[in-house]
Design a protein around this ligand. Structure first.
Ligand SMILES: Cc1cc2nc3c(=O)[nH]c(=O)nc-3n(C[C@H](O)[C@H](O)[C@H](O)COP(=O)(O)O)c2cc1C
Length: 168
């Protein structure tokens, strides 16, 4: 069992653009009976409603979305470089078809309000605050529609309060 210490969001440090955009993260939700996760590289960390929040963007086709919808919490797990290969599975295969954690050699932990992964170096446990689908009329830069939504699968946006930060 990995040993994590709890830190405050203000102590996170690092560069959020690299952390999310380049290191990538696992978005997970579920309970000890059933859970799922997927790789994500789009998202944000910031402040909203005077709370530290994460924002994630999930397409309707993702199996992980079903768990995100059902549960009150989700987790963001950041894996160290040596587990980079795990993202090949978690970012391309669906949990509908296989147990991705087992296939990727990841061990799920259930001692928080959302499932996260023992191999992570940093974990954010987030409480859902706000959920909304993107809509076509919201796009000021219309080029983004053609570039990203050829099949119309606009992202669902989740904003969650960062309640717990676990650092290895
Ligand atoms: C680097 C990378 C980043 C990704 N970022 C996102 C994302 O931010 N939102 C999203 O909906 N899908 C994203 N995906 C795609 C999902 O990870 C992928 O479709 C996954 O297989 C979904 O698994 P699931 O069906 O088990 O939920 C990304 C994939 C990769 C490889």
């Amino acid at each position: 069992m990995a040993h994590f210490q709890t830190i405050r969001p203000e102590e996170l440090g690092g560069d959020v653009f690299t952390r999310i955009g380049k290191q990538w993260m696992l978005v997970s939700a579920g309970d000890d009976q059933a859970s799922n996760m997927m790789t994500a590289s789009w998202g944000g960390l910031g402040v909203l409603w005077n709370k530290p929040v994460s924002t994630i963007y999930i397409r309707p086709s993702r199996y992980t979305l079903e768990f995100l919808e059902k549960e009150d919490y989700y987790a963001l797990s950041f894996l160290p470089e040596e587990h980079r290969d795990a993202h090949k599975i978690c970012g391309s295969r669906s949990g509908r078809d296989l147990d991705k954690a087992a296939a990727a050699g990841l061990h799920v932990c259930h001692d928080q309000k959302a499932p996260y992964y023992e191999e992570a170096e940093l974990v954010l446990i987030c409480r859902k605050l706000y959920v909304q689908d993107m809509t076509l009329d919201g796009f000021v830069d219309r080029d983004l529609i053609d570039k990203n939504y050829g099949s119309g699968d606009l992202h669902r946006v989740f904003v969650g309060e960062i309640e717990t930060v676990l650092k290895r």
